[in-house]
Design a protein around this ligand. Structure first.
Ligand SMILES: [Zn+2]
Length: 104
């Protein structure tokens, strides 16, 4: 099942990660594999947020991305897993952020 709020973030994630990786991230999200979600503001950039969290897959990985609140876009991302590119952990993290913070 996909997250119910079909919005701009989902489209971005699909595009950034590709359908296959996106689907795996959705799996993590649906199975509630994201822990310690933290959202931090930048002191000098009010409209930017830094989002981090742990994703429990085969291993525990810490993902992070920067979100532009004004434009509703994901600007930058990183994760400590070996995958090169936009990984399933960051997809899961972004879906969790979307669900818990943005869609409140
Ligand atoms: Zn990752």
């Amino acid at each position: 099942m996909l997250p119910k709020n079909n919005n701009k973030i989902e489209k971005q994630l699909r595009k950034k990660a590709g359908e296959k990786v996106y689907a795996r991230g959705v799996g993590y999200f649906n199975n509630k594999k994201i822990f310690n979600l933290t959202v931090e503001k930048f002191e000098d950039q009010n409209n930017y947020l830094s989002i981090s969290g742990e994703v429990y897959g085969d291993d525990i990985y810490v993902g992070n991305f920067i979100f532009d609140l004004k434009k509703n876009i994901i600007l930058d991302n990183c994760c400590d897993c070996p995958y090169v590119g936009f990984c399933k952990h960051t997809v899961a993290l972004a879906l969790e952020f979307n669900d818990r913070i943005l869609n409140k």
